[in-house]
Design a protein around this ligand. Structure first.
Ligand SMILES: Nc1nc2c(ncn2[C@@H]2O[C@H](COP(=O)(O)OP(=O)(O)O)[C@@H](O)[C@H]2O)c(=O)[nH]1
Ligand SMILES: [Mg+2]
Length: 484
């Protein structure tokens, strides 16, 4: 009898322990590493000062994202640990996963698994809830953050747990069939669970075929807008003859898209106008999708909401070097703006990501803007609007071939503190010939990624991924050394 009671007590203990461990695994734990802030002192000209910072607050709403990042960094040991816990629980329930294992052994294993695993205190969820940003406030107190709020109307948020976000795609009718594969990927991997809206913008009317095929596949509402002429034409101060001569010269110099007038309008539009389109007015967040892109992994949490709940502003997947010949005077022009507006520069900015000599020259690194999940209110803020106007007046969209990607990146790097920028390393993404593929094979298996890690661009030479990890003091994914 006493023996049976002992067994019962042991079994109950195991069940409670096992359940607790599963709950801990499923709950939040901080994954975002300590970052090493750059302390610029004055806008561009000061050195580094490394100051320890506590890990970012976890948020109850981000369980999915945090688990994902934990998996990316830890990988195989964690999977084994999970198996051990499962076995221990199965044993405790008298359904032995491994018939040879005694309950004592199971308890021992479960304890070991716990030691190796989660060390998050049980009250972390409560703490996280209380640390959620107050969205009625400005996004922060430094740089551009004091000029905008993450959400425009905090009292008018969706009641279904989502945020005010939408996909946005600029496209021509002729892009339909290279775009539709991108859209299908986003829907299958993410949006069929969330049904976010999708805004399409075009400098011409969308065809019925375009609308019919895209709206059939998209699970959220679809909206189609024609771009107003003033967002897609030459400003009066541009000398169009000079612009034509530049295009001719760039054609001779074989600079990619160098001869294209439409490409220049596109880059100017993506820099200064897509977020001003009336169809975007009701949103705080956007996720940009382009033709000829792939999402390789299942995304089982709400990436828009992740951004909002964690007080992020700009999210990316791939970073890369720009073609210098397309942006010859962009840096000089940007720095003259910065000198006029030191107040727009964030204290803990990431100048070191975009310049190797503290602002003297541009190192060409930028976030690849064909994928962006970001806050529209940042682009709508006075610092960015002023910056765009300064660049536009300088004429480089037409007299050179300035891209929206370096422009967004320079703004995000200088006007925002580092902790507002988020690297979506878990997506698995391809645009054209460059791929982000999570190199951690356990992560790929768990999230059904179908990319080839050998093609991962993150740590290769032409990428700025390594630099980004260094500057942001962000741990590299498990196994990265094998994919440089
Ligand atoms: N409506 C419209 N969309 C364009 C035009 N040129 C490019 N786009 C879109 O702008 C985005 C970037 O163009 P893309 O050709 O992909 O440039 P790349 O990614 O730099 O090679 C894509 O979403 C295109 O569909 C244009 O002339 N009109
Ligand atoms: Mg593209």
């Amino acid at each position: 009898m006493i023996r049976t009671q002992k067994w019962m007590a042991l079994l109950t203990g195991l069940v409670v322990l096992g359940t607790l461990m599963v709950l801990l695994r499923d709950n939040n734990r901080p994954f975002i590493p300590n970052t090493t802030p750059f302390n610029p002192g004055s806008a561009v000209n000061a050195g580094n000062a490394n100051v320890a910072r506590p890990p970012a607050a976890p948020s109850a709403a981000n369980t999915g994202a945090e688990k994902v990042n934990e998996e990316l960094k830890q990988g195989v040991d964690n999977v084994d640990e999970g198996k051990k816990v499962a076995e221990a629980i199965a044993d405790a329930e008298n359904k032995p996963a491994s018939p040879s294992k005694s309950p004592e052994k199971a308890l021992e294993d479960a304890e070991r698994a716990q030691e190796q695993g989660d060390k998050v205190p049980a009250n972390v969820v409560g703490d996280a809830e209380s640390k959620k940003p107050d969205l009625t406030q400005m996004a922060g107190s430094t740089g551009a953050l004091k000029y905008f709020k993450l959400v425009q109307d905090p009292d008018n948020q969706p009641t279904d747990g989502k945020v005010r976000g939408a996909f946005v795609t600029l496209a021509r009718n002729s892009d339909l069939y290279s775009l539709i594969t991108s859209i299908k990927g986003v829907e299958d991997r993410f949006n069929h669970r969330y049904h976010y809206d999708w805004v399409f913008l075009n400098d011409e009317e969308f065809s019925d075929e375009f609308k019919k095929i895209t709206s059939a596949i998209i699970s959220g509402k679809t909206k189609y807008g024609v771009i107003p002429k003033e967002h897609w034409s030459y400003p009066t101060f541009i000398d169009q003859q000079k612009a034509a001569e530049v295009r001719q010269q760039m054609k001779e110099d074989k600079i990619i898209y160098g001869d294209l007038e439409s490409y220049r309008h596109m880059c100017r539009f993506e820099s200064g106008f897509f977020w001003r389109n009336p169809l975007m007015d009701e949103y705080d967040w956007y996720w940009r999708v382009e033709p000829d892109t792939t999402i390789y992994c299942d995304l089982e949490y709400d990436l828009f909401k992740y951004m909002q709940d964690n007080n992020k502003v700009y999210g990316f997947t791939i970073s890369i070097h720009e073609f210098e010949k397309t942006i010859k005077t962009l840096w000089k022009t940007s720095m003259s703006f910065v000198k006029e507006h030191p107040d727009y520069i964030a204290d803990d900015n990431s100048m070191d990501f975009i310049s190797d000599n503290n602002g003297e020259t541009y190192n060409l690194c930028h976030y690849w803007s064909n994928f962006e999940i970001a806050n529209l209110n940042f682009w709508r803020s006075k610092p960015y609007v002023d910056y765009f106007e300064h660049l536009d007046k300088a004429g480089g969209f037409f007299y050179e071939r300035w891209g929206d990607a370096p422009i967004h990146s320079i703004a995000a790097s200088l006007f925002l503190p580092k902790d507002k920028i988020h690297y979506f390393e878990d997506v698995g993404y391809r645009h054209g010939v460059y791929t982000q593929c999570p190199v951690n094979s356990d992560y790929r298996a768990k999230h059904k990624c179908y990319c080839d890690p050998a093609k991962d661009f993150t740590f290769k030479g032409y990428s700025c991924g390594k630099k980004w990890h260094d500057v942001f003091d962000y741990p590299k994914m498990k196994g990265w050394e094998d994919y440089q």
